[in-house]
Design a protein around this ligand. Structure first.
Ligand SMILES: Cc1cc2nc3c(=O)[nH]c(=O)nc-3n(C[C@H](O)[C@H](O)[C@H](O)COP(=O)(O)OP(=O)(O)OC[C@H]3O[C@@H](n4cnc5c(N)ncnc54)[C@H](O)[C@@H]3O)c2cc1C
Length: 266
């Protein structure tokens, strides 16, 4: 049994966000981190490992420096890592990205007892499209917004967080789960974990490694295989300052009510 965790390296938007004149992110000038929801997915996988002794494999698609993020995942306790990286994969939109990641997960191999885990959403692209597309392409049942996960034999019981409560779902493995921050607190790397991370396997899957998968075709990967085109990217204009009402609580409430009535809001 194994858990495959799909993790993405993203710009650290908690610091200064640098934007190019054309509106795209200036990624080169920003620090990178592991996408926060993906850290929760990794922690959830490591908890399954703690409970069952299973293997945890992390996979990412990204440029060569993303290997550093994979080493951190190995230092946290993952057993193996796979970097999916090739010039042919550059320019991929979410459709092409999920196509390539699904092929990489196929190559790792998904067996009866296995779980694939993803984060809910990446903080840069922010589409939340990649993981349902991976599930679809792998033909796996998917449970989203996992706030609690319990593996029991060949089923997983998941509590899905909804706006006003929880939904409990039992799903047969193999399956894909998407994780949210409410699920857990990701553990820190230990000193021993950091030293051991360099002894663990980190493979690279390039175009050659994946090209025989039926999902990989020039028409489905990279810029050419991406049906999405960015039409325009812009920063919305700042809203004007609000109106400050002065007076006692009764007076300001009356004035506010009058303004809302005059604008036909109430
Ligand atoms: C036309 C176009 C061209 C693009 N070209 C490039 C490019 O050249 N280089 C580039 O970096 N981006 C490029 N992008 C952005 C890229 O498509 C998205 O960043 C990527 O598909 C992930 O989408 P998202 O960030 O919305 O992830 P979401 O769908 O929000 O992510 C959900 C979850 O999916 C998993 N996931 C998502 N992406 C990855 C990944 N790469 N590896 C592992 N797991 C992942 C994670 O578990 C994540 O939590 C391009 C986008 C478009 C539309």
């Amino acid at each position: 049994m194994k858990v495959i965790v799909s993790i993405k390296q993203v710009p650290d938007t908690s610091g200064k966000v640098a934007v190019n004149p054309d509106g795209t992110l200036n990624r080169a000038s920003m620090q990178t981190i592991t996408n926060p929801d993906d850290m929760n997915a990794l922690e959830a996988a490591l908890k399954v490992k703690d409970a069952t002794g299973c293997k945890v494999i992390v996979v990412t698609m990204g440029p060569a420096p993303a290997a550093g993020m994979l080493r951190e995942a190995l230092a946290m306790g993952a057993d193996e890592a796979v970097l999916v990286s090739a010039r042919e994969f550059g320019g991929s939109d979410t459709y092409a990205t999920s196509q390539i990641l699904a092929a990489a997960i196929n190559k790792i191999g998904v067996e009866k007892d296995d779980i694939v885990m993803c984060g809910r959403q990446a903080i840069d692209g922010d589409t939340a499209q990649v993981r349902p597309q991976i599930a679809e392409k792998l033909g796996l049942p998917q449970v989203t917004y996992a706030a609690d996960i319990k593996k029991d034999g060949d089923t997983v019981t998941v509590q899905r967080m909804l706006e006003d409560g929880y939904m409990t779902i039992k799903v047969q493995t193999p399956c894909l789960l998407t994780c949210i921050k409410e699920l857990n607190n990701p553990r820190y790397m230990s000193i021993g974990g950091i030293l051991g991370a360099y002894e663990k396997p980190l493979d690279t899957f390039d175009y050659e490694a994946l090209k025989d998968d039926p999902l990989i075709d020039a028409s489905t990967i990279g810029l050419k295989g991406s049906p999405t085109n960015i039409f325009k990217s812009f920063t919305p204009p700042q809203k004007g300052v609000g109106v400050m009402l002065e007076g006692s609580g009764k007076e300001t409430c009356e004035e506010l009510a009058n303004i809302l009535v005059s604008k036909h809001i109430i």
